[in-house]
Write a protein that binds this ligand. Sequence first.
Ligand SMILES: [Zn+2]
Length: 247
Amino acid sequence: MEIYKITPLHVGTVFRKYSHMSYGSENEAITPFPLSVLYLESEHHRVMIDTGGIEPDGEHWEPYIRKPEERVDAKLKEISVDPGSIDTVILTHLHWDHASNNALFPNAVFYVQKKEYDFTASESNHRIKPFLRELLLKTEYKLVDGNQTIIDGIEAVPTPGHTPGSQSLIIRTEKGKVLFAGDLIPLLSNWEQTPKTPGGVLDNLEDARNSLELLSHYGVVQVLPSHDFALFGGYAQSDGTDQGIIP
Ligand SMILES: [Zn+2]
């Protein structure tokens, strides 16, 4: 039975209105938010959840910064993990800041929800930039159709709202089940406030609320947010670096 140790990695920073990360917030202040991926290790598996953002080109998704040492392979090197040793990559959803570095993992099997793949591949989806669609579709994916145990100890739950085919992962750890919900829960406060509130960038609000309600029944002991410096035990500084330590 696989038990995972989870290491969150900080792989860049975007500057956005606070309300983009919290639906209904009236806080329009431009705020730094980290891009994050998770590295999971168990007895038999080395797993990435998401692969992080594109190389900053000074044009797309600005303001966005990623220092050379924040590339996902550099971050893994810091903890002595060879990207070639990753056997499994699971994508929460196919957005530029979550799925752009798949090519760094040549030996991994990639998993994404079929609905998310179809949405991305659809020529009628004009929300995705053509160069990004091309990049994302270069990966050969195993398509997950609904609830599924991806590998022992990691369960995928479809949680639409941010995108139609977003999925959450329930991860078995020593202390119990840990949840990573992608951009359904970008900030810890999304989950902790009453009622629970999704991130502010939504494909469908009703879906997002239903997804949060669904996840509240899984008995998770911890929620890891996708764009929150709390993930690294730290807080944002004005230049977007975090002063916390990776737990
Ligand atoms: Zn995101």
